[in-house]
Design a protein around this ligand. Structure first.
Ligand code: HEC
Ligand code: HEC
Ligand code: HEC
Length: 108
C-alpha cells in the first residue's frame, strides 16, 4: 500500500513537472490571412498564475499544441469570453474585438 502511494506520487510529480514545462513554452499559431500569432506561455503564466484561467470552463483552451488534433479552433470575428478573449476582453487585457488590438497579436 505504502509503495503504491509512493509510486503514484512519483508519477504525478513527473506529470506535473512535464506539463508545467509546457506552460513555459512559446506557442505559435499560423493565424491565417491575418498573420501569425505568438503566445508567450511563460509571460502569461507569470501574470495569471493559474492554469485553470486558460484551461478550465467555458471557452477554455484544450492542452494541445496549436494546429494539433483536438487543438482550439479559433475563428474570426473573435468573441470576448472565448479562448484568448477569456481575458482579452477590455477589462483584464486589451480587447480582441477592437480593431486597434489585431496587430498586438497578429504579425505579418
Ligand atoms: C494564459 C493562458 C494559459 C495559461 C495560464 C496556461 N496555458 Fe497551457 N496553453 C495555452 C494555450 C493558448 C495553449 C494552446 C492551445 C491550443 O492551441 O489548442 C496551451 C497549451 C498547453 C499544452 C499543450 C502544448 C504544449 O506545449 O505541450 C499543455 C500541456 C499546457 N498548455 C499545460 C499548461 C499548464 C500545466 C499550465 C499551468 C502551469 C498552463 N498550461 C497554463 C494557454 C495557457
Ligand atoms: C487568463 C488570461 C489571459 C488569456 C486567456 C490570454 N491572455 Fe494574453 N495577456 C493577459 C494579460 C493579463 C496580459 C497583460 C495585459 C496588460 O499588461 O495590459 C496579456 C498580454 C498579452 C500580450 C501582450 C504582451 C506584451 O508584450 O505585453 C499578447 C501579445 C497576448 N497577451 C497574447 C495572447 C494570446 C495570443 C492569447 C490566446 C492564445 C492570450 N493572450 C490569452 C492575459 C491573458
Ligand atoms: C489576443 C490575441 C488576438 C487578438 C487581439 C486578435 N486575434 Fe485573431 N487570432 C488569434 C489567434 C490565437 C488565432 C488563431 C490562429 C490559428 O489558429 O492559427 C486568431 C485567428 C484569427 C483569424 C483566422 C481565423 C479565421 O476565422 O479565419 C482571423 C481572420 C483573425 N484572427 C482576425 C483578427 C482580427 C480582425 C482581429 C482584430 C479585431 C484579431 N484577430 C485580434 C489571436 C488574436
Amino acid at each position: 500500500m505504502k509503495k503504491t502511494v509512493l509510486f503514484l506520487t512519483l508519477i504525478l510529480a513527473i506529470a506535473f513537472v512535464g506539463s508545467a514545462f509546457a506552460s513555459k513554452n512559446v506557442l505559435e499559431f499560423a493565424g491565417g490571412k491575418q498573420g501569425k500569432v505568438t503566445f508567450d506561455g511563460k509571460a502569461h503564466f507569470e501574470k495569471v498564475k493559474d492554469c485553470g484561467k486558460c484551461h478550465k470552463g467555458d471557452g477554455a483552451f484544450p492542452m494541445k499544441k496549436p494546429g494539433a488534433e483536438g487543438a482550439a479552433k479559433i475563428t474570426a470575428p473573435h468573441k470576448a469570453g472565448e479562448f484568448c478573449g477569456k481575458c482579452h476582453d477590455g477589462k483584464t487585457a486589451f480587447d480582441v474585438t477592437k480593431a486597434d488590438s489585431c496587430a498586438k497579436c497578429h504579425k505579418k
